[in-house]
Design a protein around this ligand. Structure first.
Ligand code: ZN
Length: 295
């Protein structure tokens, strides 16, 4: 039976004069990202960007882990109300892959891109495990401060038959060889290795994560707000000129081929044969109940 989803999964705080802090607040589910969290996060981002007093945004997470990835429980609505959506794709109930494609495009690709392009600087504070979809949430940030217990993996390829997450930034975040190793093996990357690869700015003791991130945000916020926006836009434009946007579109298309291959082979958008028995049984029951959606 479907559970009633927790209604408040994102907190909004203003820890100092020019800094907003958005906190993923679903620690009991290791901050798994479902539809409710996605649109609450979007609303929080909109609020921070529209607030004249805010120059810098912190993205943090409560509990031991930043984010376990996309919510596979299928206990939440598959789409947001039309007024909350950020694209015009529509037809969530379309036949074949149409509805699934709409959801993939809206909820995972374009909404993450929208946050990546938010004009104000975003600093992510990450701790514990950051898995697959959790990487997307972290990578949309401009700066990343990692606790020394943070670790990162994308197991979509190794465990689910899908070639990486929808917001495919791995080569740009890690360099091509580390990106390939991460995706080929599904193995963990430590906070220290992530720093060496340039994926995170700093590694700090877990107990100092919140204070250090706030201090960094306050330091950034001393620079003029509009100048910060222009700097961010220029660096993002440089990365896009290097081919990020086009490469990501190709990877998204490959991601859809992965889903469709699994549909052909298993009748489900991911390869359920490689998943733990309990997860597999849950997904098969959901499939039988006719509410299976893509991850
Ligand atoms: Zn997908």
């Amino acid at each position: 039976m479907a559970e009633v989803p927790e209604q408040q999964q994102v907190r909004y705080e203003q820890p100092s004069a020019k800094v907003a802090r958005i906190v993923l607040d679903r620690p009991g589910k290791r901050n798994a990202q479902g539809t409710v969290m996605t649109y609450q996060l979007d609303a929080a981002m909109r609020r921070a960007c529209e607030d004249d007093e805010v120059s810098v945004i912190i993205l943090a997470a409560s509990g031991d882990h930043f984010c376990a990835g996309h919510d596979l429980s299928m206990t939440e609505p598959p789409s947001a109300p039309p007024e909350d959506r950020v694209t015009l794709w529509g037809q969530y109930d379309g036949p074949g892959w149409e509805g699934m494609y709409t959801r993939e495009r809206e909820v995972y690709l374009e909404i993450t891109e929208r946050w990546r392009n938010a004009p104000k600087p975003v600093i992510a504070a990450v701790q514990g495990s950051v898995i697959s979809g959790g990487l997307m949430l972290m990578w949309m940030a401009d700066l990343i401060v990692a606790a020394d217990d943070a670790r990162f993996r994308d197991n979509t390829g190794s465990d689910m038959g899908v070639p990486g997450v929808e917001f495919f930034a791995h080569p740009f975040e890690l360099g091509v060889r580390r990106a390939k190793q991460m995706l080929f093996t599904g193995g963990w990357l430590s906070a220290q290795a992530a720093a060496a690869a340039g994926m995170v700015n700093e590694v700090v003791p877990r107990a100092e994560l919140e204070a250090r991130t706030l201090a960094l945000a306050e330091e950034v916020a001393q620079t003029d707000r509009f100048t910060l926006k222009l700097v961010k836009a220029s660096v993002n434009a440089a990365q896009d000129a290097m081919g990020r946007t086009a490469a990501m579109q190709t990877a998204f298309a490959n991601h859809q081929i992965g889903h469709l291959q699994n549909m052909v082979r298993y009748g489900f958008p991911i390869d359920i044969t490689r998943l733990p028995e309990s997860v597999r049984r849950h997904l098969e029951e959901a499939l039988a109940a006719g509410k299976a959606g893509p991850r």
